[in-house]
Design a protein around this ligand. Sequence first.
Ligand SMILES: [Mg+2]
Length: 398
Amino acid sequence: MIITKIEYEILVWPELNPQFWMSLLPVNRPHELIVKVHTDEGVVGIGHTDQIPGIYRIDSSGKPSPNAASRILPDLIEPLLIGKDAGDIESRWNDMFGVTFQRRWNRNGWTRGQLMAVIAAIDMALWEIAAKRVEKPVYQFIGGSENAIRCYMAGGYYREGKTIEHLRREMEVFRRQGFTAVKMRVGGDSLDVDLERVAVAREALGPDVWLMLDANEAYESNDGIEAAKAFAAHDIFWFEEPARWYEGSSVWKRVAEEGGIAVAGGEQAAARWEASDLVESGAISYMEFDGMRTGGPSEWLKVAAICEKAGIPMVPHHGPLIHAHLVSAVSNGLMVEVFPNPAEYGPEDELEFTRWDRKYEMFSSYPEIVEGSLILPDTPGWGFELDEDAVGRLRVGQ
Ligand SMILES: [Mg+2]
């Protein structure tokens, strides 16, 4: 099957109001790159990636419009793909990856991170084409059989005016829905306040739900160790990115050993080499490599193989509609990260919606989450359809 055409859309959602926070960083305005790869046999594959810095800008009238990074696909990547075999995914990936170590990659100020995100979206589309061609869901095409994939709910963000009671109710909603694992943020307030938040979350979730903490690099490592020791009393499943960016992941091992909580990380690893460093240095016990944001399913599967050898489970960051297929297909797949779907909650739930939450809007159909598991459908491909009306509403001009 020959690649004949590539379409793309850049979607930008309205500014988040109120503003939500991780420990130190605001939750960005949601945006997305969607690609559609067409073939000469009429099979079309869809891929998507999010949060590419510099793909849009806000113009003087306050409206989003495409920015320099929006040209990576048509100017740099598309010419490598047109007329080539869509089924030879490894070659297509290597052709695209090759750009990241050639002169031309940065001619417009583009970054490797932006390139790896575009590669991820195209790679996703190629895997969908391959699976659709034999009329299989991707997870079956790549060797999986389990269709109910355990999810963890990501919540517990900081927000101006959010009280401890808001947090309690949020956690109670997640528990009532049947989630068996939930993640919350720490490191954005004093340790005393965060300890109270964690205690309330544990109380609301009960003893059997896994509770994970994400520090988003907030702590200096010694503070991270002290925080871990204090949080450990609340039976914490993992402590994510526990130390500041400048200290690097090498200190995570110390945080785990001295603080007494297993560490998760890898959402910022660009490719298998960085992911492998995290594994070999003993920095992590859970791997969060994000194949939606960098490298695509091809790279994710290679990272999973590296981790399998070290006995490290895969718990990919974001991108549940893609990652659930991959988790199904590897023996060390543990669970995927999901976000509350605004369509499933009423005002009585008082739930807050941040970033990924809003992106359910761009799909007209997607897998259901039942009792804390994402149920992969039997339909060929990734199992989601784009809502073209929503895409039309959210797209920025090209
Ligand atoms: Mg994280």
